[in-house]
Design a protein around this ligand. Structure first.
Ligand code: AR6
Length: 189
């Protein structure tokens, strides 16, 4: 039965929510730097070549150790938008880095929301497959790739709420207070 489906209680009297074996993760928002997160995995907002860059990608490469991470990324053969691939975390507190490639914003009519939602889902799939139980996400696509922050936050929260995963905690890391406020408002915290 789908997660969250209502079914009759043991005695048929009450409707209770049935918890499937793999529920959605607990969501939380923090204001901070992705490279400092102590989660099992952190997500990198990468480019399709996995070649490194600015923003989150640059910060993660510097903090993890640029030479090690460049070599590990080069061995992955790139990554399609909406997909995700893992490397070790090297010098980061996190054991793994999940590299995902967000959509470049082109007005919203070119499938950007679907690709962005896929980034969150696939990152959790890859992280869960490695045994990670906690994953920290940056606001994918909202920097260089130009995705409007409020719309991206809505997609992120909706995607994470709808996913079935072994990952117990998904942490949304906001680098600025405006994004942090968006997350808190969407999460009701
Ligand atoms: N921790 C958390 N969030 C951060 C950090 C940090 N250290 N630094 C920036 N942000 P961006 P994109 C926020 O541009 O839009 C790279 O060059 C930032 O404020 O990092 O997916 C890649 O190589 C923004 O809200 O990622 C790609 O070419 C968010 O992270 C391209 O940029 C995402 O901004 C990807 O662009």
């Amino acid at each position: 039965m789908a997660r969250g489906a209502l079914t009759a209680g043991v005695h048929g009297a009450d409707a209770v929510e049935e918890n499937a074996a793999v529920p959605a993760p607990r969501l939380e928002a923090v204001h901070g730097d992705i490279t400092a997160q102590d989660t099992d995995a952190v997500v990198n907002a990468a480019n399709a070549a996995l070649a490194g860059g600015g923003g989150v990608d640059g910060a993660i490469h510097r903090a993890a150790g640029a030479a090690d991470l460049h070599a590990a990324c080069a061995a992955l053969g790139g990554c399609d938008p909406g997909d995700a691939k893992a490397t070790p975390g090297f010098a980061l507190p996190a054991r793994w880095i999940i590299h995902t490639v967000g959509p470049v914003w082109a007005g919203g009519g070119r499938g950007e929301p679907d690709v962005l939602a896929s980034c969150y889902r696939r990152s959790l799939e890859v992280a869960g497959g490695l045994g990670a139980r906690s994953v920290a996400f940056p606001a994918i696509s909202t920097g260089v790739y130009g995705y409007p922050a409020a719309q991206a936050a809505e997609v992120a929260v909706a995607a994470l709420r709808a996913v079935d995963t072994e990952v117990a905690l998904a942490r949304l890391v906001a680098f600025d207070t405006a994004t942090y406020d968006l997350y808190r408002s969407l999460l009701g915290t």
